[in-house]
Design a protein around this ligand. Structure first.
Ligand SMILES: C[S@@+](CC[C@H](N)C(=O)[O-])C[C@H]1O[C@@H](n2cnc3c(N)ncnc32)[C@H](O)[C@@H]1O
Length: 325
């Protein structure tokens, strides 16, 4: 079976991994951190200001997991902004009973506000290819490439005949669709990925189960993930559809790493002064714990290297908090 079809069934089929499992039980993401949520709350406030404080501010999390990030952001938002925010979680396995958050399986349209997608795109099923053929789950050829996928490879990931390419076109389409759900505001994708000049030499496709990296298994027992070609999705979101779209939307793009983004949003991993340990030991321990969690979120070789792609619709993302260098 073609890699993409097998990945789709393994993750989202009737017994799929994400239909049955809670992501947080298997891997750690930034979205699980209250400090990350605090930074996103600062971004909400900034986007709200840039939009002129609309009567309703849509806060939509695509691939929301179990809603950890949305609840964290809501808890960190000040009133009266909190009362204007309409939170929506978009998930394949919806929860209907969740105080204050509406759960959907489909992305709502006509949004004004902030659309979030943290570690969503790396789980959007994609094809693998080598030498103009799709690959199956054993990495054997299983049919010639469609012209659109061949064009994607030529534009975004030109490779030698022995190299395996991870075709990001399905992610481009997913992201363009998500950006297109906004009438006005900011779309933010946070994920691990790469740019044209540094495409990986070896496949990044891998699996996670019970907190450990494992070979991908297609029986629904394992998360299957693959790094994101961030520049390709940025281009797709900018034009409002996948490559070769004619019409340019009113969208501006900002691409930076998580370490820089969180610093600009006010998070600091600075350790508390030692003197605090003697004057207020409890506060010292809390501040130390916060500093070490922020250090994890901003670690150069870890979560700090994740990409933040901010894409404005009717809004220049450089007008929001990221402008603080
Ligand atoms: C790696 S988890 C990330 C969860 C959370 N955003 C975080 O960062 O911790 C990816 C999530 O995206 C969801 N997902 C993938 N494709 C989706 C789609 N088309 N619609 C809704 N949810 C989707 C999966 O079910 C899964 O919960």
């Amino acid at each position: 079976m073609r890699w993409r079809d097998a990945m789709r069934t393994a993750l989202y089929g009737p017994d799929g991994f994400f239909v049955r499992e809670r992501p947080a039980d298997h891997f750690r993401t930034s979205a699980q951190s209250p400090h990350f949520a605090r930074a996103i709350a600062a971004l909400v406030a900034d986007v709200d200001r840039a939009l002129g404080s609309p009567a309703v501010f849509d806060l939509v999390d695509v691939g929301a997991g179990r809603g950890e990030l949305l609840h964290g952001v809501l808890a960190a938002l000040p009133d009266p902004l909190r009362s204007r925010v309409r939170p929506v979680a978009v998930e394949v396995s919806t929860r209907t009973h969740d105080h204050g958050v509406s759960w959907r399986t489909e992305l709502p349209r006509g949004l004004t506000g902030l659309l979030l997608a943290t570690e969503w795109l790396d789980n959007v099923p994609l094809d693998l290819a080598r030498d103009r053929s799709y690959l199956d789950t054993d990495l054997h050829p299983c049919g010639p490439l469609d012209p659109a996928d061949a064009a994607w490879i030529e534009r975004w990931w030109p490779a030698g005949p022995d190299d395996i390419v991870e075709i990001g076109r399905s992610r481009d389409e997913a992201w363009a669709d998500a950006v297109g759900a906004l009438d006005a505001g900011l779309a933010l994708a946070v994920d691990y990925g790469h740019l044209f000049a540094e495409r990986p030499a070896l496949p990044t496709a891998t699996g996670f189960r019970d907190g450990r990296e494992v070979p991908p298994a297609f029986d629904g027992s394992t998360d299957i993930t693959c790094h994101v070609a961030m520049d390709a999705i940025a281009a797709a979101g900018r034009t409002g559809s996948a490559i070769d779209a004619g019409q340019v939307m009113a969208a501006e793009v900002l691409l930076l790493n998580q370490r820089a983004a969180l610093h600009r949003l006010g998070l600091s991993a600075r350790r508390p002064p030692l003197t605090l340990a003697s004057t207020d030991p409890g506060a010292y321990v809390r501040a130390l714990a916060e500093a070490s969690e922020i250090a994890e979120l901003t670690a150069a070789g870890g979560l700090g290297a994740h990409w933040w792609l901010a894409q404005g619709v009717g809004l220049d993302p450089r007008r929001v908090s990221f402008r603080h260098e």
